[in-house]
Design a protein around this ligand. Structure first.
Ligand code: ARG
Length: 418
């Protein structure tokens, strides 16, 4: 059996639990998507809790180019707020899990997702799509143990408990962001305590001078930061640091999970927040109005599929065909100003810009012929003015209605019975 192993309490306990329940050897797989964990330490842990073999797979580049970049092109913010950081990593982790399972001739794969979250959907649907013959084991969903019970189980079996086991929070992180749940955050009426933030400075303590960053986009994806061409992973790592320093990218919202639960989610996504804002801004300059407005619907649908565990859904490919066509013209540079937790696009330029200063200027004679405007307005408003003309006519024709008279006796009786 191949297990997606994070090195945390759940998946460590799982190795032992699986071995007790099934006649299986457990091979562990840790996929590096930029979670900043010590991979060697994780490998040691895996072996210590009983894994017969361990794979550490560096998938950072693939994560950015094949998962994060499509999300940028789709301006992906679930419910207008969440850049999908955890959601995007799941189908990639599954693809690596399945690859190892095939290579090792495994008959089953296991993961540590609970039955309350979205991740189980992302794991299971993607596994079933890529390798329908693999059996899926989800011990946490099955056993329903609390954290304390897991710790007791680990102690009883003589397993060394990962030091993060007593942590109040459940944290998932990768290059695209950091998700923090549980503890005091479970009450949506509690302000997130400062201690949970690791990638972003408190806006109050951020530098007093604003900082500008410029991002160059080519075919809808970022390729240079402050004029320097960077590989995709470095660009995001650098931007996480710069924007994080200014407290940019803190997100606190009520999220609708697929299983019907509303959850309070806190994220730190500095680079994602800047890149999504910059990309959206550039699109507005190079795409036509019709493209911009139609794309908003396509983007929302793409975002929902990615959130909802349907990475392998053919509709996603079809939406991407449209999105990629539009991105052929999303080339240019955007300047963003970062200051005390906030960000603003302050400049943008593109050789493919549709913005025409000659047309827009109110003060000089331009090639925009205003004499055409009157006829345009007439026809544009025609359906609406026709309706309103009818409405006014009907209202005028209607008799003013007098309220029905209630006999006095009935009115008094009614009041009494109240
Ligand atoms: N709610 C987010 C999602 O479903 C993030 C989940 C992150 N998990 C965690 N253990 N904090 O994509």
């Amino acid at each position: 059996m191949v297990l997606a192993y994070s090195g945390g309490l759940d998946t460590s306990v799982m190795v032992k639990w699986i071995q007790e329940k099934y006649p299986a050897n457990v091979i562990t797989v840790t996929v590096d998507v930029g979670q900043l964990d010590d991979l060697e330490e994780i490998e040691e842990k895996a072996k210590a809790v009983g894994a017969v073999k361990h794979y550490s797979i560096d998938a950072k580049k693939e994560f950015v180019t094949d998962y994060v970049f499509p999300a940028i092109k789709a301006n992906a913010l679930y419910e207008g707020k969440y850049p999908l950081s955890s959601a995007l990593s799941r189908p990639l982790i599954v693809s690596k899990l399945v690859e190892v399972a095939k290579k090792e001739g495994a008959s089953a794969v296991a993961h540590g997702c609970t039955g309350r979250g979205n991740d189980q959907v992302r794991f299971d649907v993607t596994i079933k799509s890529l390798a329908p013959d693999l059996k899926i084991i989800a011990p946490v969903r099955e056993w329903g143990l609390t954290r304390e019970e897991e710790i007791k189980f680990a102690e009883a079996k003589g397993l060394s408990i990962p030091c993060s086991a007593n942590s109040t929070y459940s944290i998932d992180q990768n290059l695209w962001g950091r998700a923090i749940e549980c503890g005091p955050l479970d009450d949506p009426n509690n302000e997130p305590p400062e201690e949970i933030f690791e990638w972003t400075a408190s806006p109050e303590k951020a530098p007093d001078t604003p900082e500008y960053v410029s991002i160059k986009f080519e075919d809808g994806v970022p390729c240079a930061l402050n004029g320097e061409d960077l590989d995709p992973v470095t660009l995001i790592e650098e931007l996480n640091k710069i924007a994080g320093k200014h407290g940019v990218g803190r997100i606190d919202h009520i999220e609708d999970r697929l299983v019907g639960i509303k959850s309070r989610e806190v994220y730190e996504c500095p680079a994602a927040t800047v890149l999504l804002e910059a990309h959206k801004d550039l699109e507005k300059m190079v795409l036509t109005r019709h493209e911009v407005l139609f794309k908003q619907q396509i983007d929302a649908q793409w975002t929902f599929l990615a959130y909802a565990g349907l990475w392998t859904e053919p509709l996603k490919d079809a939406l991407e065909a449209f999105i990629n066509k539009t991105q052929e013209r999303v080339n240019g540079e955007v300047h963003v100003k970062l200051y005390k937790g906030g960000l603003r696009v302050v400049r943008r330029s593109s050789k493919l810009s549709l913005y025409n200063q000659n047309l827009v200027n109110y003060n000089i004679k331009t090639s925009f012929n205003q004499s055409h405007a009157e006829g345009f307005v007439e026809l544009w408003g025609l359906p609406t003015t026709v309706f309103n003309a009818l409405k006014n006519k009907v209202m005028l024709a209607e008799e003013p209605k007098t309220p029905p008279k209630i006999p006095k006796t009935l009115a008094i009786r009614k009041r009494k019975s109240c």
